[in-house]
Design a protein around this ligand. Structure first.
Ligand code: HEC
Ligand code: HEC
Ligand code: HEC
Ligand code: HEC
Ligand code: HEC
Length: 160
């Protein structure tokens, strides 16, 4: 929604903005959270390693993928593509699913320290075959929870 005027309703966005950003963008590798975080119960922060200690959660490098996939599912074409990218020293360029405009400050660390779970903002990611944006990321969305949880709502909290 960040490319839209904030006054516009989400429904009006596609028409008004010309190129609406997809909520579930096509990725360079068909990466499934359902397989990794669901069926195989790999913890979120094993891959998104910075979420607990910084503003940005981070996307795992191909080296991290390769750490498992030099052994696991090496017969699968998509896995071979990941391992080839790693060997060639080429990063996989993932399309962003969640993003805010530059004038908004957000940090994962504080939210997780306050006891929130990933799923409260990102939905049931462990059931998703394709990662999909479930939150509108509007100012109203942030403020709604801040009011409910007695978190700060002064402008400079989020606008530096
Ligand atoms: C902690 C280990 C681990 C890491 C790290 C990991 N994977 Fe996997 N991955 C698995 C397991 C386990 C499976 C399921 C294998 C199976 O069912 O045979 C899997 C399956 C896959 C598959 C095949 C899905 C299918 O269609 O069956 C792809 C593609 C894949 N992973 C991509 C990635 C990418 C890209 C990364 C890095 C961003 C990554 N994996 C990181 C463990 C891992
Ligand atoms: C095996 C590694 C791995 C695990 C485990 C994992 N993720 Fe991911 N995650 C990725 C990769 C790779 C991407 C980029 C591709 C995509 O968007 O699907 C991603 C993308 C995301 C995104 C979207 C990022 C963006 O572009 O805005 C969110 C949100 C997310 N993961 C949350 C979670 C949560 C919550 C869990 C635990 C339930 C989890 N992830 C577990 C590897 C992983
Ligand atoms: C309070 C809401 C909230 C919680 C809780 C939360 N996130 Fe996020 N997440 C966001 C927002 C908002 C963005 C977009 C941030 C931006 O563009 O600056 C984001 C972006 C991301 C991204 C992509 C950009 C990046 O930071 O690397 C990943 C991956 C991600 N979150 C994973 C997680 C994981 C894993 C957890 C739990 C450990 C989690 N998030 C908990 C709101 C949340
Ligand atoms: C699901 C509830 C929830 C959502 C959604 C949420 N927040 Fe928060 N936020 C909190 C809580 C709880 C705290 C922790 C307050 C504390 O540490 O006492 C917090 C703290 C923060 C802080 C640190 C405040 C400080 O004292 O420095 C920032 C910055 C922030 N949020 C920005 C955002 C932004 C921007 C969004 C929307 C993109 C957002 N939050 C969405 C619940 C939420
Ligand atoms: C909890 C976080 C948070 C707080 C507090 C907050 N904002 Fe925002 N604000 C946002 C987010 C997120 C956006 C981007 C929403 C979007 O693009 O739809 C935004 C967007 C805006 C915009 C639109 C900028 C543009 O793109 O044209 C203005 C203006 C604004 N905020 C002013 C304020 C003022 C004034 C206050 C204090 C009364 C305030 N905000 C408090 C999160 C916050």
């Amino acid at each position: 929604m960040s490319r839209c005027l904030p006054a516009l309703a989400i429904a009006g966005c596609a028409a008004a903005c010309g190129t609406p950003t997809p909520t579930a963008p096509v990725q360079p590798i068909p990466f499934s959270h359902e397989i990794h975080a669901g069926q195989n119960q790999i913890g979120c922060t094993l891959c998104h390693a910075y979420a607990l200690r910084g503003p940005v959660a981070g996307i795992p490098s191909t080296a991290r993928c390769n750490g498992c996939h030099k052994f696991v599912a090496t017969d699968k074409p998509a896995v071979q593509k990941v391992n080839q990218a790693f060997s060639a020293g080429k990063p996989l360029v993932w399309e962003r699913v969640y993003f805010l405009p530059d004038h908004v400050f957000f940090t994962h660390e504080r939210h997780l320290a306050a006891g929130l779970r990933c799923q409260q903002c990102h939905g049931p990611v462990e059931t998703m075959k394709v990662t999909e944006r479930v939150a509108p990321l509007t100012m109203g969305w942030c403020l709604g929870c801040h009011l409910e949880r007695h978190a700060p709502t002064d402008c400079l909290t989020c606008h530096k």
